[in-house]
Design a protein around this ligand. Structure first.
Ligand code: ASP
Length: 351
């Protein structure tokens, strides 16, 4: 063979190697940090500013976030499933009056508490959700039961409550969900609403000062030792919501998504925008179809797509390698993470 042919073949081989490398690095442009298991939680996003929170309240938030994440961490450490970790972690947050889920749920326009929740299994792509329930103590347990024991994905209202009762879930009197703080927030918003109407100003349910009055939706994502991802979200929705309004939290693909091949995501924020932007699934899709890393995909969806639409909020997410992301475009987000080494991070504000 002529020497120039060797040279030509050499150039071709070199170029094909380069191309191969580029494709691989597109799929994983961040060297994946292998973590045997990891867990991330959020307790809502919004105008969370240090100057608005008393030191005592900050300690209370930090303690409850830590208690919750350690619950899931222990399950994962002992070889439990990511689904159990997500559910039990969320139970701790639901039972706390600090967060807008379960016990601390915000009030509807009519003065009731209506809960939405969802959970998803990244291994089977199975999911369960419930919307608009008023008597189920831990809505995430209902979501899990819908997934495990029914042929459906999303149950709502009275039917969901009948199902919960038949399945033996804990049912409480609606008064269990009363908290003075949340009730006062409703009164304040109603007064603002009335004064706007008195001044003949066009009033929007989601006026700037009103939309931020619902902090505290809770969520959890986890990767277990078996390589399975799971995500869950639970909320009371938005203060002063009416007409049976349902947010993104029980909508699979918007508020919650999990797929073992990509990531697990839980959202919090202005629900209507998260539904329209299909935030949780979009992050997974960018990883699946475009080869973006979890970090890149989360930034793209929260900082570009959601922000451009006018939506506010954030997500927590974890990928199959245990990489963890907490991305938000608000002043703060209650959040915590823990890896397999037991390293704990807790954050409230933008660092
Ligand atoms: N996303 C929830 C909803 O719109 C509220 C929140 O996360 O703060 O119902």
């Amino acid at each position: 063979m002529k020497p120039y042919l060797y040279f030509f073949i050499g150039v071709l081989l070199f170029m094909s190697c380069k191309h191969e490398k580029k494709t691989t690095s597109n799929l994983n442009s961040e060297e994946p940090k292998k973590a045997e298991f990891s867990i991330v939680i959020h307790g809502g996003a919004g105008t969370i500013l240090k100057q608005n929170i008393t030191p005592e309240k900050e300690i209370a938030y930090r303690e409850t976030l830590e208690k919750a994440i350690r619950t899931g961490y222990d399950i994962l450490k002992n070889g439990g499933s990511s689904l159990d970790a997500v559910q039990n972690t969320i139970n701790v947050l639901e039972d706390s009056p600090l967060f807008n889920a379960g016990k601390g749920a915000v009030f509807t326009h009519e003065g009731t508490n209506e809960h939405d929740a969802s959970i998803m299994d990244g291994k089977t792509i199975n999911a369960g959700a419930s919307a608009g329930t008023t008597t189920v103590k831990n809505p995430i347990n209902l979501a899990r039961t819908v997934m495990d024991n029914s042929p459906h994905v999303l149950l709502s209202g009275k039917g969901a409550e009948q199902f919960a009762k038949a399945q033996g879930l804990e049912i409480v009197d609606p008064s269990y969900f009363y908290t003075e703080n949340r009730f006062k927030s409703l009164q304040k918003i109603k007064e603002q609403e009335q004064s706007k109407l008195d001044h003949d100003t066009k009033i929007s349910f989601y006026d700037a000062d009103i939309k931020d009055s619902k902090f505290g939706t809770v969520g959890c994502v986890a990767l277990d030792k078996h390589g399975n991802l799971a995500a869950g979200t639970s909320t009371g929705g938005m203060t002063n919501k009416r007409w049976g309004r349902i947010g993104d939290s029980p909508i699979i693909g918007a508020g919650t998504y999990a797929n073992n091949n990509t990531c697990a995501v839980s959202s919090t924020g202005w629900g209507e925008y998260f539904i329209r932007a299909l935030v949780a699934h979009d992050i997974s899709a960018l990883m699946e179809y475009k080869g973006l890393t979890l970090q890149e995909a989360s930034k793209e969806v929260i900082q570009k797509k959601l922000t451009k639409l006018g939506g506010t909020g954030g997500i927590i997410a974890i990928d199959q390698y245990g990489n963890m992301v907490m991305e938000f475009n608000t002043a703060g987000m209650y959040r915590a993470s823990m890896n397999n080494k037991g390293e704990l991070y807790i954050g409230l504000y933008k660092d």
